[in-house]
Every structure is written in structure tokens, then in C-alpha cells.
Write a protein of this length. Sequence first.
Lengths: 527, 306, 325
Amino acid sequence: MKKTTKVLAAAASVMALSLTAASAEKLTIGLASEPTSLDPHFHNLGPNNAMSRHIFDRLINQDELQRLMPGLAVSWEPIDDLTWEFKLREGVTFHDGTPFNADDVVCTVERAPDVPNSPASFGTYLKGKTAVKIDDYTVHFITEEPYPLMGNDISTVPIISDETGCGASTEDFNAGTAAVGTGPFKFVSYTPGASILVERNDDYWGDAPVWSEVEFRPLTSGPTRVAALLAGDVDMIAGVPTTDIGTLEGNSDIQLSQGVSNRVIYLHMDQFRENSPFVTAKDGSEIKNPLMDVRVRKAISMAINRDAIVDRVMEGVAIPAGQLLPEGFFGVSDKLDVVAYDPDGAKALLEEAGYGDGFAMTIHGPNDRYINDARIAEAVAQMLTRIGIQTAVETMPRSVYFGRASRGSPDGLPEFSFILVGWGAGSGEASSPLKSLIHTHNADAGFGASNRGRHSDPEVDAVIEEALRTVDDAKRQDLLAQATEMAMENVAIIPTHFQVNTWAAKKGLKYNARTDEYTLAIGVVKE
Amino acid sequence: MTDVTTEAPAAVAPVRVETPFQRFASEFFESKIATLALFTLIAIIVLAVLAPWITPQNPYDLAQVDVMDGRLPPGEEAFAGYTMWLGSDGAGRDLFSAILYGLRISLSVGVTSGIIALAIGMAVGLLAAYTGGRTEAVIMRVVDLQLSFPATLVALMLVAILGKGIENIILALVVAQWAYYARTVRGTALVERRKEYVEAAACLGLSNMRIIFRHILPNCLAPLIVVGTVQTASAISLEATLSFLGVGLPQTEPSLGVLIANGFEYMLSGRYWISVFPGLALLFTVVSINLVGDQLRDVLNPRLKK
Amino acid sequence: MTVFIIRRLMQAVLVVFLMSVIVFFGVNVIGNPVDMLVSPDADQADIQATIERLGLDRPILEQYWLFMKGALQGDLGNSFIFGEPALKLILQHMPATMELALTSLVLAVLFGIPLGLFAGLYPENPISKGIMATSILGFSLPTFWVGLMLIILFAVELGLLPSTGRGDLGTFLGMQSSLFTLDGLSHLFLPALNLALLNISLVIRLTRAGVREAMGQDYVKFARAKGLSTNRIIFVHVMKNILIPVVTVLGLEFGSLIAFSVVTETIFAWPGMGKLLIDAILQLDRPVVVAYLMIIVLFFVVINLVVDILYSVLDPRVRLQDHGQ
């Protein structure tokens, strides 16, 4: 099998790049994490969403930079404060030959939020929205309040078929009988833990894929993944470990693709407890929570040498962060710079806040969630220890970590005092982190769901809420930027860096890196 | 086991009349490999014990570890001025210092958990073999239950409930290992118990205790030492594996196992020293423990005596 | 004999029940999987809805009661992560692990017994010393380290064997396995060797110890005095003596090979149930963890039963009994 791919690849390079629909070429991709299901609505999770993009389409697509592009809808616009009109693409058929129309959209919107046993449902994006069929190719989405993020939300939901998909169970999708979409690839086979095989949809409405067949293989251990690529068992891998980037760069048989992601790694600080459980005086006695003091937070931010983290821990593959999303994203402020490394200034600020002798605390973080997460926590602890904040490090598997970080204390509140976390903005714009991380925790309104430091500032709350009501793009951009500036001024959280993702492929292949970290076969091109 | 080995060199002095201990020592030193292994092991233990006084860096003091020193190749000079003869790891720890400190932890974890597990397993195994009946049935079902419980799950649960820490890892390793000893002791003791000499001893009216400790136990010793050395060695490896799975010892106070697990990520990166040196340290330690254990078994086993 | 087996099987049921209790409550103590499962975009109401959908809002005793009710009807619950029945998932992954464990057991016996026999019969021979020294390497290095080394050496550097995965499956007597195709076997070799290394060393050492012990025993001396051929002494009398510890340990190891193939399966991306288990543990997929361990315990009890029966066959001095008679 290995040999045939090699022969085919060699033949292909001889034939040059005549990408006719008849060319038969197989691509094998090593994935860093495995999708948990082929039911596109079962689990709203990165690997699942990436996989479902092969078989299913969305009304609106997100391109490599998460900009919205027409998908199964050719246009979408608000026709009044509470109604968005979607015009659907005509002449599209599902893999089983049935035509795509408004019925499929309506039934998708009904099924997606309500899949039995779903551990993470699409209800997050669909609640408060009703889909109404106007004619076969027009659908209205009706909301209860003005809702500017309609396009972003709808771009996450895969459209399934009214005939085969909407009545089907998750098991039917995994077995393949219901895995019938309009996407660029058709389902062939699914062996959990081993492989997912798809073949080209020759009737695809968009650009036909180069690859006649694509096999996805989950290779969850980093070094193993790299070894599989080097051994020629796979053509491309996702999630290249930062430690191996150096050697792969020097390998003439390998081609790397890199792109910044929408994920910021940041520190969250307990700003709601008078006595924080993991902050003490250096002798272990209880002290008043110093993290309530904005000067202390600022000092911590100044004590962190972000260039050192990027250069030494991330091996140069990350971007120092001064706000919630990297530049180029919607809602980013152009006035914010990365906080400069200034240990002396930090010490002076601590002195001014009355903590000249420092204090002791523990940084908690996951050790299997973000790129090099445990090492980043350790580097941060080293840096804080140098300005007199004696910092211990405790890292744990994400299964233990997130539960405790969100609600681990006896009264159901966040357990830790000082934590390392990451946030990927799935919507690709700044309202996502602002709403969840910065806004005051408010369960009824659904704000601050991941505000584990419980930072609370009514002024910034007001700006965020206004932005979420503002349909005008330019105005909303300004409001989001303004909210970000206010949050950074008050050091609500301390961003350290933006993750950069790396893909590696054998020579002659190139991956168009995506900010949403997805690995898509359509993004693999030949050079 | 450690007691015996550390006292052994004292017995080299030439004495005419041999005490049993001297006879044991002279038999032990007949094998050159075992002698070499014993001295390697002693050297490793001495180095580990003296680590705080002979290393240039305290790798557990975050104020002394600088991420800017990270991944330096062997022989480079650290920011603080000393030379890192074995290079540094990703966090900027001097590998020479880190390995010695890590040895301290790994050895104490491996040996402590081994001794506790051995004691528990031996007691339980003998009890089962000697009493038989209902007691045996219950004990052996508990052993079955225990053996089917993956160590990783035990460790993960303990970490979740108690938090990371050396005691919890030792606890997890004891829980993971005692059943092996119990099962081995019972298997051998079952056979021994029915041999003529035991039946003879019982006929003579010797007490159960005496029969167990004077007759059955010495004969279980050979397989126990085989299992014991293998288990101590694998306890050290298992600790590394737990670290590899993310539930081992704390990142900032790395044991040898944590260093190796960290080095795993660097195996393809061309920075060989981060994975090779801790690996070699582990290899030397475990191999010498086993060689010493092998020789001990040969010397101690009454039936192999010439 | 029959009474003995029935009694042991009844005990097994009790053990499986106890296991389910321990694991069910144990996994529950570790934490709530929901915070890790939900999408980061989910708000508090979504999180609450998910908790209710998975039934995690009920009191733990009620959850256990529901689980038990299902279990008695053969339903061990649906995986939180995969949404499929836990039992189905495990059975789906079982063949891959079985063929891996069996192959490595065969490798252990194939390499271990002859080498151990040689080392035991000629203890002073330099080759024997070499065998013993090398066998120590087998359990000195952590499995994950050796596994990746094997991949680097045989797949990346030499290009002889595939690096990861299970390869093509063949069908024989209605069973699907990679044992039945050449491609499958080539995929199987490295992970099986990786898993077997520890056991090869173990078997070598046990065999050698047994041989050396037996050779000094009266019955062997007697047999020798009677003029029996060396071959007959070794293969009939000595073998019997060494097989007891070897069978015990291998019996134990077969179970642990299955239970602990976690690391090898992770390194070699082998789609077995060890990998399923570690993923389930890391994601707190309680139904899968509980079902997996219940099955493993059952499996283990059966293996132990077989080992005990083999004991009595190999050594008539051991009588089958678990009750004072």
C-alpha cells in the first residue's frame, strides 16, 4: 500500500499538475486528535467539526482566516431588526442524489440542538433562532432580539439531509448510512481509533478536490506522528510538536506550513475572594488576596518575559500577545501593544501596592491541553519567583483540571487562585472571548461562563452588551476594540501568547494553514 | 535488600574463621559482574544522597532555573556561570543536577514502594497458602480484583482525590504491586507446603509460625527475589510511565521518570541529551539493582549451594 | 472439579459487582466530565442542559441504581464521548488488543524458554551471561521509550516495517484479524515485540531460576543416577518444575498485557481497547471505564481459574480446592 502511494506520487509529479477530475490520488493524513463521531451534530468539538466539513457543507463557510464565505447560502442579510434572510444555492445535490433545498435547512436547525446524549450540542449557536421556509430556496431566521452574529453562528452548523439525516441516530451516522451530505467528499468507511476513509464527490458544487481518496488516521502521540510522516506512512500530519519543528525544517523531504491560530493562552487571577485559597504570605500564613489589586496584576504582567516564552518554551512558534485575538481578526484593537518585560518596574509596582516582600502562590494548569502547557506554567512561575512572588506549579490532566478550575471549590466556585488557560475564538471575532472571559459572571444571561477569575467591571460589561446588540459592522468593531482596551487596562486577564499551529507534509504538498486549527483535505495542495 | 548490600564491603577483610555472613559475602564477591554492579549501585546511591552538595544548581528552586538556559547542549555555560556538562532540558534545568536529584526521588519511590508491597504481599500470600479454605478464597479474589485494576487508573484516582505528590505515587505503586508478590508467594508456598519436610515438621509438632518462617519462607525467597528485583525496577519504570501519561510526579520537582517522560518529546528533535542522559541514568540504576539481585538470589538459595 | 469451577464463577460475579461499585464511585470522585466536554462557547445554561442530558444531575446513588438496572439487562450504558453503547465500543476494540497480547505472549515463550533453558543449564557459559545481561535491558527501560526507539530504528531509519496502525485485515474462520495478512503481520510485529520485551526477560529469568533449582534437586540427581538421558531429564522432569512459575506469571501477564497495553497502543496508534481505556480515563468517560474494567475483571478471574487448573495438571501435588476439605 505504501509502495503504491509512492509510485502514484512519483507518477503524479511526472505528469505535472494536470488536475483533472479523473486523476486518482490518495492522501493520508495523520490527525493529532480523533473525531468522536461522524454525526456532525453530536459533539461540538474541533476535530469533529473539522471532519464534518469534508462530508457536509454549511450555509456559510469560514475561509482560512475564518472570514465568512458563501456556502450552501449565496447571500444572507438582515431584512429587519429580528429577521435574517438566507438565499440558498440552487442545483446542489446530496451524495445520494436528492436535491438540496430549504426543507433540509429547517430540519437541520431542528435536529442540531437536540441530539440525544450529546456532550456538547449546537444549541449554543442555535438558541433563540427559528428557521422558517419561505420558498424552496429562501429561509428566514427569526430572533427575539437584534442579533448581529447570525452569520458567525450559522457558519458552524453542518447541513444534513431531510430524507436520510434528520431522522437518523448518531449510530446511523457512524455506520455511514446517514453520513450523506453535500460536501466535497463522500463517506467510505469509519473504523474508530484506526481510520476514516472518504472519496471525492465528483458532483461537488464548488472547486473539485484534488484527491480522489483521503484517509484520516488518528496518531495522538506527537513523536509517533512525526515518525509516521518520516517513515512515509502518512503524507501529512497536523499538530507538529514544537520540539520537532527544528529538525523537520532541516529535512529536505518535508515541507512545513504554519499559521497563527485564534487561540490565546492567558492567565486568570482570582478577583473575587478576600482570601484566596492558593495565595499566602511567604511563611504560609493567610493574607488578603493581593490579586484584587490592579497594581499587583499589572506587576505580574510586566514580570512575564513573553519573548522568552515564545523563544525558549515555544521554540519561536508562537506570537507574544497583548490582547484577546491576534491582529487581523474582527474586533481587535490597534492601540494595544504587548506589555513590555520590566522586572524592575514590576518590583516597584509590588512595593507600591504594599507587597515589597512578595508573597507565595500556586499556578495551576493543564498538562495535556495546549501546546507545551505545563512548560509555560513552569516558565511563568520562574519569572514570578524572580520578582519575589514565590510561585509553585501544579499541573494536571485536563479531565481533572477543567472541572476544578470552573467549579472545584466546596461552594461550586472556581477552586484555584492563579491559572493558565487558553481560549480559541470559534466565531473568529472578539465578542467570543469578551463575552465569556471578561464580562461579569451572570448565569441567567449567559455571560462570563468561563470567567474563572470572576473579574467584574460594570463599565466594560455595558460596552460588551452594546456591541452584542449592534448590527452595524463598523460600529461593532469599534465597541469590541474599546471593550478589549478597557479589559487590558484593568488587567482582567494576562494574555501571554497566541498559539501558532504547524502542519508538516512530504515534499511537494502544502497545507493552507487555518486560524481555526482545522485540518482539511481541501486545504492540501500540490506545489 | 539495601541493608545487606551496603554492609557487604565491610566483610572483605581476610579472617580465618568464617561467620555465615562472611561466607555469604565471599560467595557474593565471586562474581565480578555482580561486584561491579554493587559498586555502581553504591556509587549511584552516594551521588544521589550527596546531590545537594555536589550539583551546581538546585533544579527544584525555580529562582535558580532559568528558561533562557533551556535546551543548551552538553558543555555549554549557563547564565549563572557554571558549565552544564550534560546540557540542559527544556525548562533550563542543568541535566547533571536534575538527574542526581531525580535519582534521589526515583530510588526512594521505587525502594519504599517495593518494600511495602513486598511486606504486604508476602504476609497475604503466606496467609492464603497456609490457611487455605475460605480465607484463601477471599484473599485470592481480592488479589484478582487488584491485578485487574490498571495502575494508571489507581494513580489517576489518587491524584484526583489526594493531589500529586510522592506519597501518593508510592501509594499507587504499592497498590499496583502487592498482589504480584502475594500471588507469587502463594504459588510457591502451595508447592512447598505439601513437601515432605513441611509435613515432617508439622508431625514434629512445630508451631505454624515456626513452620512458615523457618521452613516455608526461606524456600520462597528465590522466586521472591526474582519478582522483587523485577518489580523494583519496574516500579521505577512505572513511575516514568505515569509521568508519560501526565499523572506522575510534579513537573517542577522531576524524578528520573519525569525527566525521561519529558525527554520523550525530544527523541526526534536532534537534542539527544535531553532524553539520552536520564535514560542512561535509569538504565545503569536498574541494571545494577537487578545484577545485585540476581547474585543475591544465587547466593541465598540453599539448594544452589555447592 | 465441577463444584470448584462453579464456586469460582460465583465468586467472579461478586468480584465483578464489587469492581463496578469501586470504579463507578471512583471515577465520580475524580470529577465531572462536562466542563471538559462542552464547547468553550457554551454558556451556563448550555452546560446545565448537558449535565442533565447525560443524567449527571441525579444523586450518585440513583445514577448507580440506573446503571445496575441496565447492566442486568446487558446494557452497560452509553459512552459520554462517543454516544454509542460502551459494550459495543469495547467489543469493537477487543480483537485488536487480543491479537497484540496473544502475539506478544507467543513471542515471550518462543524467545524466553529456550534462552532461559540455555542460561540455566550452562550458567558459566559466556553466552548465558550475555543472555542474562541483555534480559535485564528488557525491563530496565520504560515501554514508551523503547516503543518509540523501535519505530525510529525499524520504520524511520531502516524503513523495514510500517510505523503505526493495524494494517490490512484478513478474514479466517469468520474472524477478522491482522494475523491473517502479510501487511497486518508487518504492522503487528513492532508493537507486539514492544509489549513482549518485559515478558521475554521475565520468562528467561524464571526459566533459568527454575532450571538451576531443579538441577540440584534429589529427583533430578536420582534420575541421572538411574541413567536417564539428559534430554529426557530436561524436557520431562526439569520442564515440569519450571513450568509452574512460568505459567503463573504468564497467566498474570496475559491479563496485564491486555489491561496495560495502553502505552504500546498509544505509541503505535494501535486501535485496541487499551487506548480506548486511557482515552476514556483522560476524558472521564465513566460508562466506558466501568464497562471495560468489569469485563477485564471477568476475564482475569477466568484466566486465574485456567492457571489453577493447569497447576493441578502440571503438578499433582497441588490439589484443586478453595475450601478446606
